[in-house]
Design a protein around this ligand. Structure first.
Ligand code: HEM
Length: 341
């Protein structure tokens, strides 16, 4: 899809998508023609919206809070990338979220991921955006698989999801259980800044001399991991994550991350399958690219008026242009913002 500005995309897509949604809602419920164009972002967002119910927030990461901060790059980052965000300090707009399409989900819920989206504005063409999650892998490897995953979960005629249909999908697509298993093996995040987030996709950094380096991005919490048992999480107030982070900012406790590049080495296992980590990924050499500090809570309007665009990367940072899972994200987010109120 050609690169469009956010404004153009949302203006172009909002009305047709709203109409398509109305027309398709009956078909989707029966799991029908939505599969005709498997992997189409518009179809995927339709199904996400159906599954998220009548709410008009994001169909994924529906609950969240906007914050602002700063990103200060290290000298080591400049050796890897000529990007403007690695040459000077940038203001940051960030949104932390609780996974899924329920804007009222309890912050201590097990099951979904936690999201961290942020925009670094180094000035001029230096704007760079990431939309990360607290897992090193995604639950699907392609838009087609995402559509089939969601479609398998659509309610049948009785209004309930069909357990046999979900099982058949899972048996045929075992890699779609890996992210859930990873999250289930970890404590529940007790702080939005107390857990690592990953960019998940393969990225390529290019420095001023033209040297290229394959990397994955990880945000490592400066104050360490804060994990809760299921019982501890249940005892927390429904919306504890905002207050926890506001408290850290007020008391000047660590509220940020080291941005780390996990280095690829050119081996065959470094393909673009987002459901898999690289071999020994956690033991790979890393380079700390900078420090992202969250410094203030921000009106949610700042984060809601514009979507975080994973394709918006300053020169010197590139995403996997040949991975359809990566390239489907911008059009999906553009469609989604056009439907949000
Ligand atoms: C085909 C691939 C994907 C599709 C179709 C998709 C779809 C969506 C949609 C429609 C939204 C709501 C966006 C908005 O209204 O602003 C969303 C949000 C989100 N997605 Fe995805 N997504 C995809 C892949 C991914 C991947 C691979 C990740 C993790 C690395 C991810 C993480 C998130 C997060 C964290 C949010 C919340 C964004 C925010 O805070 O504004 N998504 N996704």
């Amino acid at each position: 899809m050609p690169r469009l500005t956010q404004k153009t995309v949302s203006t172009m897509l909002a009305a047709p998508v709203a109409l398509a949604l109305t027309a398709a809602s009956g078909l989707l419920a029966s799991g029908g023609p939505a599969s005709a164009q498997a992997g189409d972002p518009e179809k995927i967002v339709e199904i996400m919206r159906t599954l998220a119910g009548k709410q008009m927030a994001r169909p994924s990461g529906a609950k969240g809070q906007c914050f602002t901060g700063t990103f200060a790059p290290t000298a080591e980052a400049r050796a890897l990338s000529k990007s403007a965000v690695f040459t000077r300090t940038s203001p940051v707009v960030a949104r932390f979220s609780v996974g899924g399409g329920n804007p009222k989900v309890a912050d201590g819920a097990r099951g979904g991921n936690r999201g961290f989206s942020f925009r670094l504005d180094a000035g001029g063409p230096g704007e760079t955006e990431f939309v990360m999650i607290n897992a090193p892998i995604n639950f699907v490897k392609s838009p087609e698989q995402m559509q089939a995953f969601l479609q398998a979960r659509l309610p049948g005629a009785d209004g309930k999801p069909d357990a046999d249909r979900i099982k058949a999908f899972t048996d045929a697509n075992p890699e779609t259980t890996l992210q859930g298993r990873y999250l289930a093996s970890k404590p529940i995040p007790g702080s939005w800044v107390g857990v690592s987030y990953w960019g998940v996709h393969n990225y390529t950094l290019t420095n001023a001399a033209g040297a290229r380096q394959l990397v994955k991005f990880r945000m490592v919490p400066l104050g360490g991991e804060v994990g809760l048992t299921d019982d501890e999480a249940k005892a927390k107030p429904t919306d504890f994550l905002v207050d926890e982070l506001k408290g850290r900012i007020a008391s000047r406790a660590p509220a940020g991350f080291a941005m780390v590049a996990i280095l690829g080495g050119g081996s065959a296992d470094e393909g673009a399958n987002a459901t898999q980590q690289w071999t020994d990924e956690d033991k790979r050499p890393t380079v700390t690219l900078g420090t992202l500090a969250i410094t203030a809570v921000e009106d949610n309007k700042t984060c809601d008026g514009r979507f975080f665009d994973p394709l918006n990367l300053a020169e010197g940072i590139a995403g996997p242009a040949s991975d359809p899972l990566f390239t489907a994200r911008q059009p999906a987010y553009a469609i989604s913002i056009g439907q949000r109120s």
